[in-house]
Design a protein around this ligand. Structure first.
Ligand code: FES
Length: 580
């Protein structure tokens, strides 16, 4: 346990609120004391915010109040004063139209809540997909010492002797129902088996990916990503993170010291090795924008291209997060990257030590879960960034989730103008489509949906599923759930609702996809494309009023992280005058 003198060696930010005898100082202290806090807790020690995304509407984070208590134990032990506060919680499974629409709102909430309050450092309690990037984005824009603690994944789902992976099994089973291979009763039984404990998705979906990104960037203690939510060691992680944030304040170790370009490159390579979610592309670009790191789609392709996917987890592989933890978790993977010369070993972490020093003693306890390189799921993991006249600013595809035989493919476009059009047509037995076609979905980008829904892995037509075919090339400006799979081109930018070329694709156009060559081409002449774009009429109506209007007017493209234009950058922690 760290001994902390009653008086901190230097005057901290919180003392602007608590450290004096003016009317304002008394006001700030006295009201706090209504919570039963002794006077000496305001003697100059660090005040640590616990930024909590707990919500019963975010079931993946519904256990975070317990973890907050563990964090408090650690903060008190180390001589700090913990103060827990709620922020907007972006629950993936329930929010409409999509949780992504609220990531920036949550980030704004986090930023303002941290800056406006008497805090010296903050513990970020995260879990479900968007909660991790939104808290990292907000904290980065304030740049006070911050440490992330993830809620952890659910235990393995089991149904009739088989693993049931969050999301991944859902996509499979819903197609089985469509194809007449599964009954509704079996489906109901399986959906209960899928979510059998507290925690987030147990696959390497977006939540586990983003927890891994936080750890790989150095923003969480080593080992944080994989500990199951209900394992006692998750509580220990919360407890020691509480201790650590106090020392981080002492050392003035800030997000901008940790989230450097090298840290992002480490995270990108880690994403390739774990077969992580395509959503990480957007979130890391947005976080980088907050700390002023020049990260681009080209960095994603460059850094991820030669990284083999060695984590055998759904949706790319076989196992689930619980088994990843037992095998040694993310430190083993990061160590492998270091041994392969793919890591910036000296990157700093919240521990105050280098990333390499945190992982160099890690051991792999199960080589079927964390595979040797020669048995990698795919030798080229990472995210492929595609360009061409259909995606002038880029589009992404996850090779490890795609079908090998479709990575180079030319096909006839079958166009859905928006998600409603898709839903209206997809089950029609007369739809003019076969498995060689390319399904094109428009108006599902940041502005189009709005919020950029995870609908890019649109289900196949039943008549094709009944043939036993499970994958086709699909192209959209949407995102895809991290738990999903398929040969799916996502994040096509500029999006259709912003007048990108995707908006003018017509039924019957030929499209060629070449993932190894990184190209996505609409096979019409430049003159024809220009003529179509010149006569394009927006199909999406701008929302009137409220947050939807703010979102529509200020959200940027997926190629730069879909942050709001006015939220980019670090604004620091100065808060101006007291109001009393
Ligand atoms: Fe919350 Fe997957 S839906 S973690």
């Amino acid at each position: 346990m760290t001994f902390v003198p009653a008086k901190w060696p230097r005057k901290l930010r919180s003392q602007e609120w608590f450290g004096g005898d003016s009317r304002d100082h008394i006001y700030h202290r006295s009201w706090m004391k209504n919570q039963g806090l002794p006077a000496d807790l305001f003697d100059g020690r660090p005040v640590i915010g616990i930024c909590n995304t707990w919500s019963q509407l975010t079931p993946c984070n519904a256990h975070l109040r317990d973890l907050a208590e563990r964090v408090k134990h650690g903060i008190y032990e180390a001589g700090g004063l913990p103060l827990e506060f709620p922020v907007f919680s972006t629950g993936e499974s329930a929010l409409r139209p999509t949780a992504m629409m609220y990531r920036n709102l949550a980030a704004m909430d986090v930023e303002e809540a941290i800056r406006a309050n008497p805090l010296d450092g903050v513990v970020l309690l995260v879990g479900c997909d968007k909660t991790t990037p939104s808290l990292l984005m907000g904290a980065a824009s304030v740049d006070l010492p911050a440490i992330a603690v993830s809620g952890g994944p659910m235990l393995n789902g089991w149904f009739r002797g088989e693993r049931v992976g969050s999301g991944t099994a859902l996509w499979q089973m819903s197609e089985d129902i469509k194809a007449g291979k599964m009954s509704r009763d079996d489906f109901l039984e399986a959906e209960a088996a899928m979510s059998r404990s507290a925690g987030g998705c147990n696959t390497m979906g977006t939540a586990s990916t983003m927890a891994s990104m936080a750890e790989a960037m150095g923003m969480a203690l080593s080992g944080n990503a994989a500990i199951p939510a209900v394992d006692s060691r998750r509580r220990v992680m919360a407890h020691v993170s509480g201790r650590r944030i106090v020392d981080m304040v002492k050392d003035d170790l800030k997000p901008s010291d940790i989230m450097t370009k090298e840290a992002f490159e480490n995270a990108i390579r880690t994403n390739g090795a774990i077969g992580g979610s395509t959503n990480a592309v957007i979130h890391l670009l947005a976080i980088a924008g907050r700390v002023g790191v020049d990260l681009t789609l080209a960095d994603w392709d460059r850094c991820g291209r030669d990284v083999p996917t060695i984590v055998n987890l759904m949706p790319s592989g076989k196992y689930l997060m619980e088994e990843f933890f037992y095998a040694g978790g993310l430190p083993v993977v990061i160590k492998r990257l270091g041994e392969a010369g793919l890591l910036h070993k000296e990157a700093l972490t919240v521990s105050g030590k280098s990333l390499w020093s945190e992982v160099e003693d890690a051991q792999n306890w199960n080589e079927d879960v964390i595979l040797p390189v020669e048995k990698a799921l795919t030798p080229q993991g990472g995210i492929a960034v595609l360009h061409g006249n259909l995606a002038p600013k880029g589009a992404v595809l996850k090779p490890s989730a795609a079908s090998e035989h479709l990575l180079v493919h030319r096909g006839r476009a079958v166009v859905f103008e928006d998600i409603d059009d898709y839903k209206a047509k997809i089950d029609d037995e007369d739809l003019d489509i076969d498995e060689t076609c390319i399904m094109v979905l428009k108006n599902c980008g940041p502005r189009g949906y709005p919020g950029m829904a995870e609908v890019g892995n649109m289900g196949l037509p039943p008549k094709i599923l009944r043939k036993g075919i499970t994958d086709m090339v699909r192209i959209s400006d949407a995102r895809m759930s991290g738990t999903a799979y398929g040969t799916v081109v996502l994040h096509t930018t500029p999006e259709a609702a912003a007048g990108g070329p995707l908006a003018v694709v017509q039924n019957g156009d030929m499209i060629s996809l070449d993932v190894p060559g990184r190209s996505l081409v609409l096979e019409i002449s430049d003159a024809e494309l220009a003529a179509r774009l010149a006569s394009w009429v927006p199909a999406v109506e701008a929302p009137k009023g409220g947050y939807a209007q703010l979102f529509y007017e200020h959200v940027e493209g997926a190629d730069t992280g879909a942050d709001f234009d006015f939220l980019k950058g670090c604004r620091g922690s100065p808060v101006g005058k007291d109001s009393h």
